[in-house]
Design a protein around this ligand. Structure first.
Ligand code: ADP
Ligand code: MG
Length: 457
């Protein structure tokens, strides 16, 4: 580890005081690499693992810069941070407010689900920093309630997600209104610029540095349990929670409907549950997550809306009730545990229809999940009867696919069209990644209008 102290990177006394109050002493590797580059005026694409301190790696140098250099455009905001979900925007708002508590700098948040008029009035007061989700912010751009003409920093957290279809259109519309002299910073745990260079070029202007932090992987134990069907998965879940000691658990489902169903099953089994998905109101979402943060609930049932960026102390178990839809989605989901050098455990339930996906994710991550079972609940499914050399199930797949195709005809057509239009938005296909390259999660359920057009599975 490094022996550099934060004070060697950050000179502003008010920020130093806030860093000390926060208890940070040494910068993490990504902070050590990114902070000097941001201060040197570079545009950056930064990739480093989940929970490695990326938020402070962009916040601290950006804040230092606006604290130490006066603006020539006082009517404009100076830092704009875009995130894929409201919950992440709120988390970053709080982080920024903490770091700014010894200053007079104002931070405003602009997300969907909250009153437009109120946001407009807030934006009129010209906060130096704006954090938000792209859908609602793009509406404000249309209404001319924002002023980013003197912007110093445009920051995309979870940048690969922000450049995916459904969010990137709004991101680009907003970026067009930002000063062309700005610095642009892109951060994610899964940012591979290859394949999305054309999108990056539209949002990052001028020369760009790439930083990929090579560190030891997070210490997250990764296991799977074979399951017969949903009912079996429900029994496995209850037994797993009963038998494994945990402080806080996040359970991911692939659909809102499944999240609602599990919420009920868990409540029936006397668990205190928070839920986070697109079918609950913004107020409920906020309360739900606050309760989970504060430990008033120990279980969070969520769709992928909770997969990105959320930093919740005490999460030591992640359960994929349904397998994640891609290797990247899997990494973000399990990255809710094992943060900042803590240990964690991830258990995925794998039924016959999850097998090929799971196999693809294993190859993508270059690891094998340990198969565990729960005594008394060992099901009939033992994996495919026959395996192809790739590890995928042989024989049965096509039939199932065909059946599904005719059942979900409309949905499938939509997904294919979307994919065609969006070639290259995720990782460049390679023999290593191809198997895990599946549809991006359809159901983020974050209430953005764009998601309503996506198939609801
Ligand atoms: P990432 O965005 O890389 O997933 P976060 O920025 O959310 O990670 O940080 C993960 C956790 O690490 C947070 O709880 C944060 O407060 C903590 N953290 C960040 N930087 C430091 C540091 N230098 N020293 C100690 N803890 C840190
Ligand atoms: Mg983050």
């Amino acid at each position: 580890m490094t022996s550099t102290h934060f004070h060697e990177l950050i000179a502003d006394p008010q920020l130093r005081k806030a860093i000390d109050a926060h208890g940070y002493e040494q910068p993490t590797p990504v902070q050590l690499q990114a902070i000097p580059q941001v201060l040197a005026g570079k545009n950056l694409l930064v990739s480093s693992k989940t929970g490695s301190g990326k938020t402070a790696a962009f916040l601290l140098p950006a804040l230092q810069k606006i604290l130490t250099t006066p603006t020539t455009t006082p009517e404009s905001s100076r830092i704009l941070i875009l995130t894929p979900t409201r919950e992440l925007a709120r988390q970053i708002l709080k982080n920024a407010q903490q770091l700014l508590k010894f200053t007079h700098i104002k931070v405003g948040m602009v997300c969907g689900g909250e009153e437009f008029k109120y946001q407009k009035a807030m934006l009129r007061k010209n906060p130096e920093i704006v954090v938000g989700t792209p859908g609602r912010l793009a509406e404000h751009v249309t209404h001319k309630s924002t002023d980013f003409t003197g912007l110093d920093f445009l920051i995309l957290d979870e940048a690969d997600r922000m450049l995916e279809m459904g969010l990137s259109e709004d991101v680009m519309a907003i970026a067009k209104t930002c000063s062309t002299d700005r610095q642009t910073l892109l951060f994610s745990a899964t940012l591979e610029p290859e394949g999305i260079r054309h999108l990056i070029k539209q949002v990052v202007l001028g020369d760009t540095e790439e930083i990929t932090v090579k560190e030891v992987a997070n210490s997250i134990e990764q296991q799977m349990i074979l399951a017969d069907d949903v009912k079996h998965k429900e029994k496995l879940l209850i037994a797993l929670l009963e038998k494994s000691p945990f402080e806080k658990v996040v359970i991911f489902t692939n659909t809102k409907a499944k999240a609602v169903q599990l919420d009920n099953v868990l409540r029936y089994n006397k668990y205190k549950v928070s839920a986070l998905h697109g079918d609950i109101t913004q107020d409920q979402r906020r309360i739900s997550l606050d309760f989970f943060r504060q430990g008033k609930t120990q279980v969070l049932v969520a769709t992928d809306v909770a997969a990105r960026g959320l930093d919740i102390p005490g999460v030591d178990l992640v359960v994929n009730f349904d397998m994640a839809q891609s290797g990247d989605d899997y990494l973000h989901r399990i990255g809710r545990t094992g943060r900042a050098d803590a240990e964690g455990r991830a258990v995925s339930f794998v039924a016959a229809n999850d097998w090929n996906l799971t196999n693809g994710i294993e190859r993508y991550l270059n690891l094998k999940f340990e198969i565990i079972s729960i005594p008394g609940l060992v099901g009939h499914y033992k994996g495919p009867d026959k395996l192809k050399s790739s590890g995928k199930a042989a024989g049965t797949k096509k039939k199932t696919d065909d059946k599904k195709k005719s059942a979900d005809k409309d949905v499938k057509v939509k997904v294919r069209t979307k994919d065609k239009k969006n070639v290259g938005k995720r990782r460049a296909p390679s023999s290593k990644t191809e198997s895990a390259k599946v549809e991006p999660a359809n159901d983020l359920g974050d209430g953005f209008s764009v998601f309503k057009r996506k198939p609801q599975v």
